[in-house]
Design a protein around this ligand. Structure first.
Ligand code: GN1
Ligand code: MG
Length: 560
């Protein structure tokens, strides 16, 4: 870095001092905090994005959002060239940058990192960053801070893509780096045309009227509702009513949204007793999470929740069926490919969903919590389906598999045009275009659910009855130091502190179908407790006992 570059960086960094006494960390979801203290963090993430772009010689994304958090919060995260999350190897550098005490320290860190990573400051390509933000009022000024950070690395270019859902920005970064059409309109066109394609491929005898009745969506008063209003006009054969689109004056995520609906298991604002029986869905604040629900009775605000596990099961059923149809065709040279279909869950997946998936003969893998882990695992398969119970997930198709399906489709076009095999190939290709390959995406997930329900002629109730969720309970426990808990085996076993896992085992063994685990949260200063058992009372009681154990071993009254 020459002197001119250094003095530009120093000058702009001095305009973004760090707030006193704040330590931030690039967790599972990037940096998040009250928006009023984030200017310097976002500025520095702008620098990080520019360096990442130079290092990879690719386009990088920078998204300003705090997802399902309250409206006064905000956050910032990076999309890597593939459209996925920032590589975990750079997270410590992100932490160091965000917490550097002043401009000089910051400059020192950057110079050292450029050297260590061998980042070409004067490479063939200069840095190029796509910027997106959700609807939070603080987004505009934070975006300006990001731009200043990017500009402080000489020659870097930032492109403001406006208000977007998080998955839209990830999708654009991926498309741009692949050299394919990458505008917001291209996104809508790809989703809507692949959805129409799936609908056109529904077998005539399965087109049961009345199934594709209207879908009613809670937009969390955020960006997802706004975008769905645009997308729904481009669809055929599906009626969508958006409530809480943000235009009605409701507050982002307040009593609305996928996180609220999934955690509280009650209907969101804007829904009520008149909605008994209808098919509803809820997006989170940046539209990367989706859950479905129905209102079972007029007399209560309780809902029937259809969560990420059930979406995963529906997708798995459909993909498995298409693969099986495709493998039945005896014709052609290309009919002997054994596609590997893998399912990825976390320990929070309801045990009944895992049993169901295993009964279908599917390979189910577990990773720690956080989509970056699930995504990585799913990418090992020809088709990898991953979901967190809270509704974040997608289906990944390997390049190799897609290449084969394209070739098989071409072969079938001449050998067996219009056959069931060819239709299955076309459906798989359409799903790979509809479902976001970069990251979980509520809008694309919603269209795939709708197309599949229509294809198999299922109501939300039939879907919900796929299996019966085991009663479960989640609790949070405040402890002295949550990092004292060290887990293994996809967070299902505790190895530190000694003795606690044995105590958990002994407690869990008392309950029929009992399962429980504890882990330190990656986004809150708590230990999370999860328990499942054959009845709700038993799950509650098991969770309470485990919480007491946590308190005994790690709480403020403990001797440790
Ligand atoms: C139990 C739970 O829902 N945990 C969430 C939550 O992580 P924790 O590490 O549990 O705080 O936030 C993550 C980021 O949004 C999300 O990926 C994850 O599923
Ligand atoms: Mg989100």
């Amino acid at each position: 870095m020459n002197e001119e570059q250094q003095s530009i960086l120093l000058e702009s960094a001095s305009r973004f001092p760090t707030p006193e006494g704040v330590k931030l960390s690039y967790g599972t979801a990037g940096f998040r905090a009250d928006a009023s203290i984030l200017q310097s963090t976002v500025f520095r993430v702008g620098i990080l994005a520019a360096l990442r772009s130079l290092k990879t010689q690719s386009v990088i994304g920078l998204m300003i959002t705090a997802s399902h958090n309250k409206v006064s919060d905000n956050g910032v995260k990076i999309a890597d060239p593939s459209g996925g999350m920032l590589t975990q190897e750079w997270e410590p550098f992100a932490d160091a940058l965000a917490n550097a005490s002043d401009a000089q320290v910051l400059l020192g860190l950057i110079i050292e990192f450029i050297k260590k990573e061998n980042i070409p400051l004067n490479g063939v390509r200069s840095a190029e960053i796509l910027l997106g933000r959700d609807t939070r009022p603080s987004g505009e000024s934070l975006l300006e801070a990001a731009r200043q950070g990017i500009c402080s690395i000489l020659g870097s270019v930032s492109l403001d893509m406006g208000i977007l859902t998080t998955p839209q920005l990830h999708w654009m970064v991926r498309a741009r780096n692949k050299g394919i059409k990458s505008s917001e309109l291209d996104y809508f066109e790809q989703l809507s045309s692949s959805f129409r394609c799936l609908m056109d491929l529904i077998p005539k005898e399965r087109k049961i009227s009345g199934v594709v009745d209207k879908l009613t969506v809670d937009g969390a008063n955020g960006v997802g509702g706004e975008k769905l209003e645009v997308l729904k006009k481009m669809l055929n054969g599906l009626l969508i009513e958006v409530r809480n689109s943000g235009k009605e004056g409701g507050v982002l995520n307040e009593g609305v949204g996928a996180d609220y609906v999934q955690k509280e298991k009650v209907f969101p604002c804007g829904f009520g007793p008149n909605d008994v029986g209808i098919r509803c869905a809820s997006l989170d604040g940046d539209a990367d999470r989706l859950v479905y629900f129905s209102v079972p009775s007029k007399s209560s605000n309780k809902i029937g929740l259809v969560d990420g596990d059930k979406m995963l099961s529906l997708f798995a059923l459909f993909i498995k069926e298409q693969l099986s149809i495709l493998s039945k065709g005896g014709d052609g040279k290309l009919n002997n490919y054994q596609a590997r279909l893998g399912i990825v869950q976390t320990a929070y997946a309801n045990g009944a969903s895992t049993d169901y998936l295993k009964q279908l003969g599917l390979e189910v893998m577990f990773t720690p919590t956080g989509v970056k882990y699930l995504h990585e695992k799913a990418a090992e398969y020809d088709i990898g389906i991953y979901f967190e119970a809270n509704g974040h997930g997608t289906i990944l198709f390997s390049e190799r598999f897609l290449y084969w399906v394209e070739a098989r489709n071409d072969e079938l076009s001449s050998l067996a045009k219009g056959s069931e095999q060819q239709k299955a190939a076309l459906r798989l290709l359409a799903v790979s275009k509809l479902i976001n390959q970069a990251v979980g995406d509520a809008l694309s997930g919603l269209l795939l659910v709708e197309a599949i329900l229509c294809h198999i002629g299922w109501s939300i109730h039939r879907w919900s009855e796929l299996y019966q969720d085991l009663p479960s309970r989640q609790l949070k426990v405040k402890v002295v130091d949550r990092t004292a808990v060290v887990t293994t085996n996809a967070e299902t076993l505790v190895v530190q502190p000694p003795g606690i896992q044995e105590a958990i085992n002994a407690e869990t063994a008392k309950y029929p179908q009992g399962r429980s685990f504890i882990r330190p949260s990656g986004t809150e200063d708590v230990i999370r407790v999860y328990a499942e058992a054959s009845t709700q009372e038993a799950a509650d009681s098991l969770a309470n006992s485990i919480a007491q154990l946590v308190d005994r071993f790690l709480g403020f009254g403990s001797s440790q």
